[in-house]
Write a protein of this length. Structure first.
Length: 373
């Protein structure tokens, strides 16, 4: 078999994982007739360091590929085929093979035992350097012509950078908008409880100096990523049945103190002031409509807060790649990870998109090379 020269543009999670999987797939064939050259002006895997708040939430412990894919506001149906062939089990097995042991939290999020994105980065780079011919070139590739000498090209440029390269290959790129991000809110009012965090009926939420953030807000921002601002949101924070139960048990206790048993006192005071409710009146005098007002946080969202978005909605149109992430426009080209119009919720879903699309692309590349030596 002739020497196969492969260019991978991007050294984020999907690009590096594709390189690792290419090495694996070539080893299975017994062939060393390949070279892999990475192009990226940024340090290798630098974008993995902030994931999982530095702990690197590798994936989510769910083996039903359709259930897993339901956590992607964009890309769900496309990922059915990808995830049916490569998902959590295969990912964990590979990471443990290269020395990254994992554990599953009670919420099913999967982390390295080290709980350090730095160690994940170190181990992945170390495994990559064991490849027969792996090179790194710290430069931006601006035009397809710069890659003409390569037999295979993989675009792994992430969700923010250099999508213009995909366009120059002839692909359609859906404009990028922040997906997982905090949100600014309108008319916060007096005594907005900045710094206070609560656990809603779904996930955690924190009040910031400009609005709201945290996992629950990231989910909302992801679902509404392509919705025009401003828009209204309602977040359930109180179970009215439990509030009524508490009111019946302690009818002489102040209404405000009863509500403060369920949410932080500063948030209770803020909501009572916002809705003109008397904090000190006895619970027995609480009105049904007052309880209903307190049941949900209601805000008008005016935009993203602009802090720390690492996932964006948008990217290469999914109709322009096949089930193996192979371009339908350029036979030498594969597009993977967040360079595609795929984005998921918090919980390891965006990284699993990177791992799975990278692995499937690598398998397809090597299979095509074998079939057409």
């Amino acid at each position: 078999m002739k020497q196969i020269n492969i260019a991978i543009v991007g050294t984020g999670p999907s690009g590096v994982y594709c390189g690792l999987q290419l090495i694996e797939e070539f080893q299975k064939t017994g062939s060393n007739a390949y070279s892999i050259t990475f192009f990226d002006p940024l340090p290798t895997l630098s974008t993995i360091l902030p994931t999982g708040n530095g702990r690197c939430n590798l994936t989510f412990a769910e083996e039903d590929f359709k259930v897993f894919a339901s956590n992607y506001p964009r890309g769900e149906k496309f990922l059915y085929s990808i995830f049916s062939r490569y998902l959590t089990r295969e990912t964990i097995e590979y990471f443990e093979k290269i020395g990254i042991k994992t554990f599953i939290q009670p919420d099913n999020r999967v982390f390295p035992v080290s709980q350090s994105a730095k160690t994940v980065r170190t181990q992945m780079i170390s495994a990559l350097k064991k490849g027969i011919s792996v090179k790194f070139c710290q430069k931006i590739v601006k035009n397809p012509e710069e890659l003409d000498t390569y037999d295979v090209i993989v675009l792994a440029t992430g969700s923010k950078d250099r999508h213009s390269l995909a366009e120059r290959f002839g692909h359609s790129v859906i404009p990028l908008v922040p997906s997982l991000c905090g949100l600014k809110v309108k008319d916060k009012g007096a005594n907005f409880p900045t710094g206070v965090s609560i656990h809603t009926q779904n996930e955690g939420l924190i009040f910031t100096h400009v609005g709201i953030s945290g996992p629950e807000i990231f989910r909302i921002s992801s679902i509404n990523a392509k919705k025009a601002y401003p828009y209204d949101i309602e977040i359930p924070i109180l179970n009215p049945d439990k509030v009524l139960e508490a009111l019946n048990e302690t009818p002489k206790k102040s209404f405000g103190n009863i509500i403060s048993e369920f949410i932080p006192k500063s948030l209770t005071k803020y909501l009572f002031e916002k809705y003109g409710i008397n904090y000190d009146k006895q619970g027995a005098h609480a009105k049904k409509e007052e309880i209903e007002k307190l049941q949900n946080l209601i805000f008008t969202v005016t935009g993203p807060d602009g802090k720390g978005e690492i996932v964006h909605a948008g990217g290469v149109l999914l109709d322009e790649v096949d089930k193996n992430c192979h371009s339908k426009i350029n036979k030498k080209l594969w597009i993977i990870g967040e360079a595609l119009d795929i984005d998921g919720f918090c919980g390891g879903f965006n990284l699993q998109n990177c791992w799975s699309t990278a692995a499937i692309a690598a398998q397809d590349i090597v299979q095509r090379v074998i079939q057409n030596p």
